[in-house]
Ligand binder design. Structure first.
Ligand code: PAP
Length: 323
């Protein structure tokens, strides 16, 4: 879900008259958390939808912008931390003075479609700007208005995303983690009617984007990052145009240092991430749980697994992608 502004996202008090009119022409739905509408093949709560429109109309991109894109619960916090650490690495000789030690990654990398983001604060400048998004590829591209910005997408096994969403939802709603909440989350997830869903269309939008333009769209997988973090971090650095030098790799062990700084254990041990909260009062600690591959095996019934596998198989058929 969308971090700092989770509660803002669920509301609809920031929606203009013009956007309300637009919503009347869109498919709409409702879940236990709020009203949703479907825009450019993706479901949004109304405040977020307004923010998407604001982004597409008013965002002023620049060529050097980097956008980190994910479906919620696919490794957003990790990708943000790794990218910040990569881009900032030359600036922080004093290891205790690193921004990640005193800020949660979500506070460092703004979400483009956040209902509380003031776009006028982000005027083009000479420095590289780092943003994040949960919007699908085509919606982001529209807001980038032809600028050849770099986009990094991290995808994650859909069943693990579902389990992560379920736990997160229970934590921030302060309700018990029950099977019945899992069942309702499963139902809307499979139907595709959940916030930012359907996940398959989301992932495919970036997959196709990366095939069409690999020098501007990097497609990464959470599982590969877990499996071979060293190689994947180097891949990310190369894509972003800041590859590790031989000296960095061999003498200072920079790759391993970044991986260690950004590990779930290190980040979740930091005071800011143990006791800090987003501007809307969501505890940062909710963004750190197990961080494992295949946790779904302990929670989903065989019926659930076969249903979701069938949907994934059908949706991804012929795409060349598996996840
Ligand atoms: P968001 O999209 O709402 O920002 P996001 O960070 O993608 O959330 O999701 C949190 C998941 O990433 C959690 O997964 P889990 O529920 O399966 O455990 C969380 O544990 C995992 N995560 C957070 N930080 C890291 C990290 N540094 N390394 C690996 N996984 C992480």
């Amino acid at each position: 879900m969308a971090h700092n502004e989770i509660y803002e996202n669920l509301r609809d008090d920031k929606v203009s008259e013009e956007t309300r009119k637009l919503i009347t022409s869109l498919p709409t739905d409702k879940d236990s958390q709020g009203n949703l509408c479907k825009y450019q093949a993706c479901w949004y709560y109304y405040n977020t939808f307004q923010a998407v429109i604001n982004f597409q109309k008013h965002f002023q991109p620049q060529e050097t912008d980097i956008v980190l894109a994910t479906f919620p619960k696919s490794g957003t916090t990790w990708l943000k931390a790794l990218t910040v650490a990569l881009l900032e690495r030359s600036k922080h000789d004093d290891p205790l003075n690193h921004p990640l030690l005193s800020n949660n990654p979500h506070a460092i990398v703004p979400l483009l479609e956040s209902p509380t983001l003031d776009l006028t604060k982000f005027l083009p400048s000479s420095s590289t700007r780092l943003f994040s998004t949960h919007m699908p590829f085509h919606t982001v591209k529209e807001g980038l208005k032809g600028y050849p910005c770099k986009i990094v997408y991290m995808c994650r096994n859909a069943k693990d995303v579902l389990i992560s969403l379920w736990h997160f939802r229970c934590k921030y709603q302060k309700i018990e983690v029950t099977k019945s909440v899992l069942e309702s989350t499963f139902e809307s997830f499979c139907r595709g009617g959940n916030f930012y869903g359907p996940i398959w269309d989301h992932v495919l939008s970036y997959w196709r984007g990366s095939l069409e333009d690999p020098s501007h769209v990097l497609f990464m997988k959470y599982e590969e990052m877990k499996e071979e973090p060293y190689a994947q971090l180097k891949r990310l650095a190369e894509f972003l145009g800041c590859p590790f030098t031989e000296e960095e790799e061999e003498e200072s062990g920079a790759v391993n240092k970044i991986l260690e700084l950004c590990s779930l254990r290190s980040l979740s041990d930091l005071e800011i991430n143990k006791s800090g909260k987003t501007v809307n009062g969501v505890d940062y600690k909710y963004f750190f749980r197990k961080g494992e591959v295949g946790d779904w095996k302990y929670h989903l019934t065989p019926e659930m697994v076969s249903k979701i596998d069938m949907i994934i198989e059908e949706k991804l058929r012929g795409s060349g992608l598996s996840f």
